[in-house]
Design a protein around this ligand. Structure first.
Ligand code: ASP
Ligand code: MG
Length: 403
């Protein structure tokens, strides 16, 4: 069997953990499997490197940032190869240039275009465990480009796909995907399995287990994933196309507080204005989440929408710059808001879920600000101070903690 195993930064944070991972890889190797290991940078390395860059130049170019950040993964893969060697097993570490993993050119947010297999197959066939840097790729300028924070998951899925791996295991410091964040909801339960679509919705709305793009890619290429802990032997959660079993209405709930609500006030109530506003924001690469438009009055209307907190400044600048063209009278924003989402394939054929969620929030006296839905998700915007209470109330309402 060919197995791809990905370990996150916390799983390789120190010597002891590096050796624990090394032994885990050797176990599979000794069973006769071919093992490809993808690693993140050790512990908080990536954050620390970003801090260092900021000290030197707060406006450092994205190219130089990627040049710096990719060193983190290079440290962890080489140390891992040394650890496996020290345990008497042949291993080799490879970076994106050596594997030849090509991406689009966008520094800091590159997407894979083509990933070569030759070098990896060659090393596997000569009996080595192959350890590959996550998070990095090579762009058309022959520069390093990183895949966005958490991108090592995507490296693992890309490799599993091109190598036709029999298994793709994502190791982290939690046991798998939960019905809710166990730090907030005490009786949250680990899920045996979730569908790609459920995982995508959960990841996009606050569950921090997997890099969103890794799930998109896994779905597209049919790579089945297992999310499990590097600290124990527990079974983990399988992410796949369909989950055969009696589905609950709701599979999980997610919360997200790093968002801001922006309102543009007094815009012209005529065709094309909303298009212009969101088109201008999109051109500036600002992702919009929930949108709410008020009913027009006296020829004007208001539109509110949410963006990631990290995009607030850019969004305000763009709106200010185009204020007149977009007919905006005033821009307001509110930072202390949060989203609560319920996600589940079972929702598709059950119309009552929204009402049930709203009732749970009402019973906890939580005010709903905005609402957005997809086929398998309902999201509400609430005050950030209500977030933990809301997650618990909704989790309880749908009976997620118990069977
Ligand atoms: N080291 C990178 C980060 O911290 C990539 C990853 O961990 O997946 O975002
Ligand atoms: Mg991660």
């Amino acid at each position: 069997m060919l197995i791809v195993k990905k370990f996150g930064g916390s799983s390789v944070a120190d010597k002891e953990r590096i050796y624990r991972v090394a032994r885990r890889c050797i176990e599979d190797y000794k069973k006769g499997h071919q093992v490809v290991v993808v690693l993140s940078a050790m512990g908080d390395t990536t954050d620390e490197l970003l801090e260092k860059a900021k000290e030197i130049n707060p406006n450092a170019s994205k190219r130089e940032l990627d040049m710096l950040l990719t060193t983190g993964e290079q440290v962890s893969v080489s140390l891992m190869a040394m650890a496996i060697n020290a345990l008497g097993i042949p291993a080799v570490s490879l970076n994106a240039f050596q594997v030849m993993m090509y991406s689009t050119s966008t520094y800091g947010n590159a997407r894979f275009k083509k990933v070569d297999t030759e070098r990896i197959y060659h090393e596997l066939e000569s009996g080595k465990i192959v350890i590959v840097t996550g998070f990095q790729a090579v762009n058309k300028y022959d520069d390093y480009a990183t895949l966005g924070r958490g991108g090592s998951d995507t490296t693992a899925v890309a490799l599993a796909s091109v190598l036709h791996a029999d298994q793709c295991e994502i190791y982290t410091d939690v046991d798998g995907v939960y019905t809710a964040d166990p730090r907030v909801v005490k009786n949250a339960r680990k899920l045996e399995a979730v569908t790609y679509d459920e995982m995508l919705e959960l990841a996009a709305h606050g569950a921090k287990v997997l890099h969103n793009r890794s799930v998109e890619m896994a779905k597209k290429y049919g790579v089945q994933l297992v999310v499990r802990s590097s600290l124990n032997e527990n079974e983990g959660t399988i992410v796949k196309e369909t989950v055969k079993m009696e589905r609950m209405l709701v599979t999980g709930v997610a919360g997200e507080k790093d968002i801001v609500r922006i309102s543009v006030i007094g815009i012209d109530d005529k065709p094309g204005v909303a298009f212009k506003i969101f088109n201008t924001l999109a051109k500036n690469k600002i992702n919009i989440d929930i949108i709410l438009q008020s009913i027009g009055r006296e020829g004007t209307k208001d539109i509110s929408f949410t963006v990631a907190e990290s995009d607030l400044e850019a969004a305000l600048n763009v709106l200010e710059e185009h204020k007149e063209a977009l007919t905006i009278k005033e821009v307001k924003y509110k930072k202390d808001v949060a989203k609560v989402s319920v996600v589940g394939d079972g929702m598709m054929s059950n119309p009552g879920v929204a009402a049930q969620m709203f009732e749970a929030l009402y019973n906890s006296r939580i005010n709903i600000n905005m609402i957005s839905t997809s086929e398998i998700r309902i999201t509400v915007l609430i005050a950030e101070s209500d977030l933990d209470k809301a997650l618990n109330a909704v989790h309880e309402e749908f009976g997620l903690g118990t069977y």
